[in-house]
Design a protein around this ligand. Structure first.
Ligand SMILES: Cc1cc2nc3c(=O)[nH]c(=O)nc-3n(C[C@H](O)[C@H](O)[C@H](O)COP(=O)(O)O)c2cc1C
Length: 191
């Protein structure tokens, strides 16, 4: 079972989120590879062989970063022959605003996966921090559903942001994708 976490991070915050996704996806029998889009040329074979692809980008100007969009565009040959059809897909994004238009990015990532004929796995968590009993320490404190959201204060580095709740939310997504891929794979069904 192979899972690739493909991400871009301009200043390191989304890399922290990507590492948390990879940690969560690292179940027994699962090989997880973190792939920065800068290194994509050496990783296409791994992506093609993977059962699940998890996409992550910072939210820049209400969309994915230009570097991540360049990766998306570079997959058009694979789209044309639907080489990634039926792989599991999921997504995450990080930005400075609590909202910051992160949903627009998750929508774009999910549509990207749909164009490839993939099977999208959402976060699968109820919202945290949305009642008087809630706390910013809650999982899914940003109340995303389509994927994992994280928020990083704009004046601190990746050693401080995104905070633990968002890192654990990211790990939850990674674990959920790995579990879904294990259920979905024909090899797992035969076992
Ligand atoms: C060009 C640019 C555009 C940005 N646009 C947004 C935005 O639309 N919404 C938001 O909340 N934050 C925005 N930010 C803040 C980043 O999303 C935030 O700093 C994030 O943590 C950067 O992640 P990174 O360190 O992985 O690059 C923007 C930052 C940059 C550099």
């Amino acid at each position: 079972m192979k899972i690739a976490v493909i991400y871009h991070s301009g200043y390191g915050h989304t890399r922290v989120q990507a590492e948390a996704v990879a940690r969560g996806a690292s179940l027994p029998g699962v090989e997880v590879r973190l792939v920065a889009v800068e290194d994509i040329e050496a990783q296409w074979d791994f992506l093609d062989a993977a059962q699940a692809l998890i996409f992550g980008t910072p939210t820049y100007m209400a969309g994915p970063s230009a570097a991540f969009k360049a990766f998306m565009d570079a997959t058009s040959g694979r789209w044309a022959d639907q080489r990634w059809k039926d792989k599991i897909g999921a997504g995450f994004t990080n930005s400075a605003g609590m909202n910051g238009d992160k949903l627009a990015v998750l929508q774009m990532l999910s549509l990207f996966a749909m164009q490839h004929g993939m099977v999208w796995v959402g976060l699968g968590l109820l919202p945290g921090n949305h009642t008087s009993q809630g706390s910013p320490e809650d999982l899914n404190r940003l109340a995303g559903f389509l994927g994992a959201m994280a928020q990083s204060n704009a004046d601190v580095g990746p050693e401080q942001a995104p905070p633990r709740a968002d890192r654990e939310t990211a790990a939850h997504l990674g674990r959920r994708v790995a579990e879904a891929a294990l259920r979905w794979s024909p090899d797992a069904r035969a076992a």
